[in-house]
Design a binder for this molecule. Structure first.
Ligand SMILES: Cc1ncc(COP(=O)(O)O)c(C=O)c1O
Length: 427
């Protein structure tokens, strides 16, 4: 099929996620035919830096040889099997590998296949855990304003990003929101202290250190330290959603470990396979698992997905985790963070319409004061002309980069960003 056929059939029959078709009335979607390293290539051979890591999942650049080889080897041996009452080498190897890098109190892994689902699993486990322990009143979840945990009904019910989920409000279960620590730490901690005392709290769910979809909002360890103190005092559970930041984006295997927080559940996905195949894991403690051991009718966790622990996806994850263990990519993120700050200061200070410019780990963000959706979409299109993907979040532009990106590439990316912003501002 040639490019124009692809576009014609796409525009006639496909429906894209988080995409407004009317914005594409006069332009075509990018037809991507190849990905290598940090770049995506379109049907005309043009290259684009994958500056948002293909929705925050590509960790080490595209087409990593050892991951490809692991997938090929696994394909030869075992493609797929159900995971109920059956086990296999890639899943066992992966849990072993993960246990080496997750905090020591975590001992069990429940597999699924996307981030939202990893969150649903944690919510359901927490609710059932309390009910089985005889605390049926513990059924409310607490979440952060501007938090985002996915697009399924449960995940949306504990998310605070209204533009993304307001159409579905009628389906939500009742949950309790508290202010974002990234926007008002004092108010956030004060609300947390109030809510922690309630006897009906099942779990508090957070994105540690970075609220991604809420606008790339960074926050420090203070809120998580406070949460840990309250967790110990009042006994509710904590779910950390490491789906976006896990595996090194903020310079640690898992972001919440910058604090004293000891979560009951850790949700991971996205980068775990370098973004090659869908896979998610809900990690928890032996204590939670043991509560589910007992008579089939009363204590089984009745949840599972067809592609749970798909062996090929697990083999990709095994290869990814092995690379991270054998290299110093995660340690190197600190240096990348410094380079990003330096380039951002050097190149972007002069743009008066940019505000709240900040960066941490491999993530950089800025707000465009007063920008409309039309403005943001125009900037996205200019970005494409400059070979970078600036897919906006509201009035925020951001870079969400691989953890092994080099200084030369960062310089190139910031030069292109500078160029795109200059054109955008009419300069
Ligand atoms: C923090 C966080 N949680 C959950 C999700 C949902 O993951 P998925 O899109 O794989 O369902 C995302 C996706 O962006 C996310 O950033």
């Amino acid at each position: 099929m040639n490019k124009s056929d692809l576009i014609r059939i796409d525009k006639t029959h496909l429906w894209h996620p988080y995409t407004q078709a009317s914005e594409y009335a006069d332009i075509d979607p990018l037809v991507i035919v190849k990905a290598r390293g940090y770049r995506l290539y379109d049907a005309d051979g043009r290259a684009y830096y994958d500056t948002i890591s293909s929705w925050w999942c590509n960790l080490l650049g595209h087409n990593v040889e050892s991951i490809n080889e692991a997938i090929e080897r696994q394909l030869e041996a075992l493609d797929h099997t159900l995971f109920a009452g059956i086990t296999h080498q890639p899943a066992v190897e992966l849990v072993n590998q993960l246990l080496e890098v997750v905090p020591g109190h975590i001992n069990r892994a429940f597999f699924s296949d996307n981030g939202s689902t990893a969150v649903e699993v944690a919510l359901k486990m927490s609710l059932q855990y309390w009910a089985m322990k005889g605390f049926e009143e513990r059924k409310r979840f607490v979440f952060l304003e501007y938090g985002y945990h996915g697009d399924t009904i449960g995940a949306m019910s504990v998310s605070g990003v209204s533009q993304f989920n307001s159409a579905f409000r009628a389906l939500f279960f009742e949950s309790i929101s508290i202010p974002s620590p990234a926007l008002d730490l004092k108010a956030s901690i004060s609300a947390l202290r109030d809510v922690a005392k309630r006897r009906d709290i099942c779990a508090v769910i957070i994105e540690p250190s970075l609220q991604g979809a809420g606008g790339m909002l960074f926050y420090g360890p203070e809120f998580m330290d406070e949460l840990e103190g309250l967790r110990q005092r009042y006994g509710f559970q904590v779910i950390v959603d490491e789906i976006a930041v896990g595996f090194g984006r903020l310079g640690r295997w898992f972001a919440h470990t910058e604090s004293s927080l000891r979560p009951d559940f850790i949700c991971i996905s996205k980068s775990i396979t370098n973004g090659v195949l869908p896979l998610a894991v809900t990690l928890t403690t032996e204590e939670v698992f043991q509560e589910f051991v007992g008579p089939y009718e009363e204590r089984t966790f009745f949840h599972g997905h067809t592609f749970t622990a798909n062996p090929i996806a697990c083999s990709a994850a095994n290869a990814l985790v092995r690379i991270l263990k054998e290299t110093d990519y995660i340690e190197g993120v600190k240096g990348i963070e410094e380079t990003i700050a330096e380039l951002s200061n050097a190149r972007l200070q002069g743009y008066g319409f940019l505000s709240n410019i900040s960066n941490r780990g491999v993530i950089w963000r800025a707000e465009l004061k007063g920008a409309t959706r039309g403005d943001m979409f125009r900037l996205y299109k200019i970005g494409l002309e400059y070979g970078i993907l600036l897919r906006p979040l509201g009035n925020v532009i951001y870079l969400f980069l691989p953890i092994n990106i080099t200084r030369d590439e960062l310089e190139d990316i910031f030069e292109r960003l500078d160029g795109a912003l200059r054109v955008f501002s009419g300069g």
